[in-house]
Write a protein that binds this ligand. Structure first.
Ligand code: DMJ
Length: 646
């Protein structure tokens, strides 16, 4: 409605410089206010003053952050003290993790059975320092004793490395050692004493408490505002976290989540979901939990969501649309394009292939296999590297000439290797494409930074190299190591170690000890520092990739430094992202330890992936997800490697 009220018009008087008009009118206004005030009765004046004071008091009290800030800080301190005492084995005896009971799928059943991507880019809403009181993050909670140990650890690991003088194939790992820093053996002892596994379980319980108290049954916790956000309205965090609880031996939490799945989780809803995200988190999560527990509830739910996602493949090219309405059975591309993301259409294969195997229904595997077959044949690759978009009408790559191992392409490479492993290393096309792509990375995207020669994977745009690397790329050291473990060239392991060091430095060189979302490496001779971070890239979303790779590297090399690095990162998550009332929050600024600026969101992958990989990193049981029996999907849900007889 068009309003013509007076408020619609603003009249602006331009002051005549030097005429003194502006000052005069200000004076005039002040005098007229005073005159009006004096005309009021004493009662009227008292009433106005009383109301103003009342409003002021209410304003202060109803601003939750003010009271919560103080409550939060003191509660946080207490909690942290207890936690660190337990973690360091002081006071009461350390809590040992309960033995994890794992149920493998019965052998007979196995025989019966047939054989950042990347989430939508999250906006960086940089907050002003004035909002600091919103934060209940326990970033100053550690006690004195612990602080000293932390500092020692950070001093040692924060030291810049020289990758040109290494003895172990990783080219130069001469840490500038502080003579006061603890020896490797002391650190090992420290790590053992700290009982890292219990610390991860504590972290999970804390995250779960926030989810349970403020977001139960919803997609994601917003821990600062003690509320939730919805993406698909499918209890995303709960479903993503199911197998983590099982692996961590958190029986009670698992049972309450299972009860919710049994009674509340319904896919018969008129909602749009993203095919890739719901496949890796929900279908993958349900299948992984089914395999660990043997409970048919999860298989039934997996079949339900899997079949509801199938309309996505009804496109002219058979390259799936990005979105599906799972209630109506109608799929569509995003409103602004008929393209899908390459990583998204090529990182749903492990899950749908497994769904075919367990249901003996070949339609799922056929649909995702067709996508791989088409992508394999497409023109527009550069030495095995793929562009970021593919058109759902004609099945061709679009936006050609841009290559990255980060968002929108990353898990294409991961799933090439993992499909080969899942299928018992028989489908050669996958491993050939993978090997070619890794050669493509080495030839076109691998560079060293200055001054310390960190090996990194940059990006290519129409032949121009950019020294930009997403944190997402840190899945690569783990994937390379997994390939080498499965018989691929040993030099892949060397490269994995070098890139692991770089991903670790992306954490260690930041003031909070947490990596930003994106870094740029310096390549000019004479640079002062290897890593630069642009203002808009300083956020940390609690992502898993570096911890994931640390887990693989530790499993395959047993080098203690990977655990030490993981322990350091876990402590920094606790220091800068833990919210005292429950949950962990993404932060806006990894470079400001005084004000990391919470974003008020706990992504489901923090429980689904990050904490799971932390736990596995610190576990000494090689059979806790044996990597010769299971392959993790890109959301850390373990799926069985198919038995050779199938
Ligand atoms: C997760 O959903 C998956 O790991 C995906 O492959 C990439 N993005 C997030 C974690 O960063």
């Amino acid at each position: 409605m068009h309003s013509t009220s007076r408020q619609d018009y603003i009249s602006v008087n331009f002051a005549d410089k030097g005429s003194g008009k502006y000052n005069n009118s200000k004076q005039w206004r002040r005098q007229s206010c005073l005159r009006k005030w004096k005309q009021l009765s004493r009662l009227q004046r008292s009433l106005i003053l009383f109301t103003l004071v009342l409003l002021l008091i209410c304003g202060v009290l109803s601003y939750p952050a003010v009271t919560e800030h103080f409550k939060g800080l003191s509660a946080g301190d207490e909690e942290k003290d207890t936690e660190s005492n337990r973690v360091l084995g002081r006071g009461s005896p350390p809590l040992l993790p309960e033995p994890v009971k794992r149920v493998q799928p019965p052998l007979q059943e196995q025989k019966r059975l047939p054989n950042k991507r990347g989430p939508p880019i999250l906006q960086n809403r940089l907050q002003k320092k004035g909002n600091a009181s919103d934060v209940q993050v326990e970033n100053k909670a550690a006690d004195g004793r612990k602080e000293n140990e932390d500092e020692a650890l950070i001093r040692r690991h924060g030291a810049v490395i020289d990758t040109d003088h290494a003895s172990d194939g990783t080219k130069g790992e001469e840490h500038k050692k502080d003579p006061k820093a603890p020896t490797d053996q002391e650190l090992r002892l420290h790590t053992d004493l700290a009982n890292c596994s219990e610390a991860v379980r504590e972290a999970f319980r804390h995250a779960w408490k926030g989810y349970k108290d403020f977001a139960w049954g919803h997609d994601e916790l917003r821990p600062i505002s003690k509320s939730y956000s919805e993406w698909f309205s499918l209890g995303l965090t709960l479903v993503d976290a199911l197998d983590t609880m099982w692996i961590l031996g958190l029986k009670e939490e698992f049972e309450e989540a299972k009860a919710w799945v049994a009674t509340e989780l319904s896919f018969n809803k008129n909602i749009d979901v993203n095919l890739f995200e719901s496949t890796i988190r929900i279908l993958g999560g349900l299948l992984g939990t089914y395999h660990l527990t043997g409970d048919a509830l999860f298989l039934d739910k997996a079949k339900d969501i899997g079949s509801r996602l199938m309309p996505a493949f009804n496109t002219p090219s058979k390259i799936p649309y990005s979105d599906v309405n799972i209630g109506k059975g109608i799929a569509h591309p995003p409103r602004w394009t008929s393209d899908s993301t390459v990583a998204e259409v090529t990182s749903i294969q492990l899950e749908f292939r497994e769904l075919s195997r367990v249901t003996q229904d070949p339609q799922y595997q056929a649909a995702v296999g067709e996508v791989m077959a088409q992508v394999h044949k497409l023109d527009g690759k550069l030495d095995g590297l793929v562009p970021m978009f593919i058109n759902t009408n004609n099945g061709q790559f679009t936006h050609q000439g841009i290559y990255t191992l980060g968002a929108r392409a990353d898990s294409y490479y991961e799933y090439l290797l993992k499909q080969w492993i899942q299928g018992g290393k028989k489908e050669n096309q996958f491993v050939e494409d993978y090997l070619q792509a890794i050669e493509g990375v080495k030839k076109n995207m691998l560079q060293k930074s200055s001054p310390n020669g960190l090996t990194f994977v940059g990006e290519l745009s129409h032949g121009q190299f950019s020294p930009k690397m997403d944190h997402l790329v840190c899945f690569l050291p783990g994937t390379l190591a997994l390939g080498a473990h499965n018989g691929l060239p040993a030099e892949h392991m060397d490269l994995a170690k070098q890139l692991m060091e770089t991903c670790y430095q992306m954490y260690a060189q930041m003031e909070t000890g947490l990596s930003p979302e994106i870094v740029h490496f310096n390549m000019h001779q004479g640079s002062n520092r290897d890593i630069e971070v642009k203002l808009a890239d300083r956020h940390n979303l609690l992502r898993p990739e570096t911890v994931e790779s640390l887990f693989y590297l530790y499993r395959f090399t047993k080098d203690q430094k990977y655990r030490d690095w993981g322990w350091e990162i876990l402590k920094n998550f606790n220091k800068y992202t833990k919210v005292s009332s429950g949950g962990y929050t993404s932060i806006n600024n990894v470079r400001d330890p005084d004000y990391p600026s919470p974003r008020d969101k706990m992504e489901s992958f923090f429980l689904g992936e990050t904490l799971k990989y932390f736990y596995l990193l610190f576990s000494d049981d090689p059979n806790l997800i044996n990597l010769d029996q299971y392959v993790f999907n890109t959301e850390a849900h373990p799926l069985p490697i198919w038995p050779a007889t199938e």
